[in-house]
Design a protein around this ligand. Structure first.
Ligand code: SF4
Length: 352
């Protein structure tokens, strides 16, 4: 049975986000489409500057408009968020869709206790007595693994470690019982052990609440660990998307392959893909990856980004070699295929 957009928890279609700058219009996200279902984790992966953060911030329109401008369709439970008024959107944010960010330090107010801040978040969303909100805040702190939650309620943010602060941010994100959690590099600032604990916590919460999770990361090790499906972005465009096993075992797009080769022991231990991303205020014609792609031919440098081609079940790549008249075996990399995802951590892209 084919799913319709109404069936998906989140359906993003032809999302385009631009910013007016002194240097001209910066196209951060260009014609991006993907879906997230209930209980599913979708990872958006790409180098710094690929547009992955702006794409997720465009979903709930937390980008500054102006200078930003968000176009396309973003359906959440069938309703187009881009058609909503600001007050309707405010309802969605924090209730139905919650964000957690890379740096909890910046997201917290250091003048107030952690407990006070969670109670505030609860009472903003619901008309409940403060005592009841306090009990819920303690319960949430306990739920996200803060030991002695009732004693820690009156502690200030600086009294929490980095991992504990991220747990507190997750507790705050859960205040409105969201259906979708958008997590932007939430473990990047943490050491490997704490990172693993936070990923475990998210997996537990996902199972308990059936959360859909949209997870932004540049760390392919994290992707291998948590993703059900993967969206690979480059210079504002989706280069490849598919389920996690296909992306790791049958990477179809030269950019995905280049990312995978940066993993330890995969052939590019120097780290980083040679070359740099194109200027987002003056994107090139044709495929955005052409200037760094060893397989680029003339057709890659004219027209627009190649249409998505289906390279397997629910697996798509945007590359001319999957279109009629080309031999797709040229862009397959057998050294990467079928050797299973490397798993574990340490798969960070070098330039992020
Ligand atoms: S379209 Fe051309 S430049 Fe782009 S990934 Fe494919 S071969 Fe490389």
């Amino acid at each position: 049975m084919t799913r319709t957009d109404q069936d998906h928890l989140l359906s993003v279609e032809n999302l385009r986000t631009t910013f007016d700058t002194d240097a001209g219009t910066l196209v951060a996200v260009d014609d991006v489409s993907f879906t997230v279902d209930e209980g599913e984790t979708v990872c958006i992966v790409g180098e710094s500057g690929s547009g992955k953060t702006v794409a997720t911030e465009s979903i709930t329109r937390i980008v500054d408009e102006p200078p930003g401008r968000v176009e396309g369709t973003v359906r959440f439970r069938g309703q187009d968020l881009l058609e909503m008024t600001e007050s309707e959107l405010r309802d969605v944010r924090g209730n139905d869709i919650a964000h957690i960010f890379q740096n909890p330090q910046e997201a917290m107010n250091h003048c107030y206790t952690v407990g006070w801040q969670i109670v505030e978040a609860i009472t903003v969303h619901e008309d409940v007595p403060r005592e009841e909100a306090k009990a819920r805040a303690i319960d949430l702190l306990d739920r996200v693994g803060i030991a002695n939650a009732s004693a820690r309620f009156d502690d200030y943010p600086h009294e929490f470690s980095g991992g504990q602060k991220q747990r507190v941010m997750i507790a705050m994100a859960l205040v409105g019982n969201p259906d979708l959690l958008i997590a932007d590099e939430p473990t990047t600032a943490l050491d490997v052990t704490v990172q693993a604990q936070i990923l475990d916590l998210l997996a537990e919460l996902q199972e308990e609440y059936g959360l859909g999770i949209l997870f932004v990361t540049h760390d392919l090790g994290v992707v291998a660990e948590i993703a059900d499906r993967v969206v690979v972005m480059y210079a504002g465009k989706v280069m490849e998307r598919g389920n996690v096993m296909d992306i790791f075992d049958q990477p179809a797009h030269p950019y995905t392959q280049a990312l995978l080769r940066c993993l330890p022991g995969k052939g590019n231990d120097a780290g980083g893909i040679p070359g740099s991303l194109p200027d987002p205020t003056d994107p090139p014609e044709g495929c955005r990856f052409a200037s760094r792609c060893e397989h680029a031919v003339e057709a890659c440098r004219t027209g627009t980004q190649p249409e998505d081609a289906e390279v397997g079940p629910d697996h798509y790549a945007s590359c001319v070699y999957y279109h009629r008249g080309y031999d797709s075996s040229v862009v397959r990399d057998e050294s990467l295929e079928n050797d299973a995802s490397s798993g574990g951590h340490g798969g960070e892209l070098a330039d992020d």
